[in-house]
Design a protein around this ligand. Structure first.
Ligand SMILES: [Zn+2]
Ligand SMILES: [Zn+2]
Length: 226
């Protein structure tokens, strides 16, 4: 069988490291992020210490890792991931997420996760789409990290669409929306999502995991709306 050289997802030039998905010049040209608070992932004065908002009202998770804000080309990639299962795209995005996490991990403030969970879709939505786009990221990440990818987190209620609700309504809409069918006591968990907007979904799931004895929860997402 003829093997095709892998191409850079952006410039379509052949890649030397086929597993990378983007060539080094394209990787360097991706839009830069402002300084983000390590806890909530929103713009802040420095990347080492939680911002004023987090000091007053810390989110239940320990850290939020994002690849970038919700803007091109990232917003386009997130949408492509929802509607196509192209392997090269998901491996490229998973790798960008791994690199973002490694940048923070190297500073030494974060535990290495031993369990990956993806934010679940409701059964009906999953059936309509055929798959959960976040699972597509979890598989390569779990492989590279050598950790478990858990499938015991379920969404039992779809509820109203989150973006039509106020912050308070979002929280009550999500209460009891998730169910955990696996042991997480003592585990360091990375919770994967494609886009984090208000963080209410991540908050609800983090509380559930911590209430069940998880040692720590970090949120990993492709895009954080800033
Ligand atoms: Zn390129
Ligand atoms: Zn913060």
């Amino acid at each position: 069988m003829l093997s095709m050289p892998a191409l850079c997802w952006l410039c379509r030039l052949p890649l030397r490291m086929t597993q990378h998905g983007l060539c080094s010049p394209c990787l360097r040209q991706l839009p830069a992020l402002p300084l983000l608070c390590p806890r909530c992932g929103l713009p802040a004065g420095n990347v080492r210490h939680p911002c004023g908002r987090c000091l007053q009202k810390p989110p239940p998770w320990q850290a939020l890792i994002c690849v970038n804000s919700y803007r091109p080309p990232f917003s386009l990639w997130v949408n492509q991931l929802k509607f196509s299962r192209v392997t090269a795209l998901r491996v490229m995005l998973a790798r960008l997420l791994l690199l973002s996490w490694q940048n923070v991990y190297r500073r030494g403030d974060l535990p290495r996760p031993d369990l990956l969970l993806s934010v679940p879709l409701h059964r009906r939505r999953r059936w309509q789409r055929g798959y959960n786009q976040t699972d597509l990221l979890a598989a390569p990440l779990a492989h590279w990290l050598g950790c478990e990818w858990g499938t015991g987190l379920h969404r039992q209620r779809q509820g109203a669409l989150q973006h039509q609700l106020s912050a308070r309504q979002r929280r009550s809409n999500l209460r009891g929306a998730f169910r955990l069918e696996m042991a997480v006591r003592g585990r360091h968990i990375a919770l994967l999502d494609d886009v984090v907007t208000t963080g209410s979904t991540s908050e609800e799931i983090s509380r559930l995991l911590l209430a069940q004895g998880a040692a720590s929860v970090q949120i990993w997402c492709l895009c954080r709306t800033l």
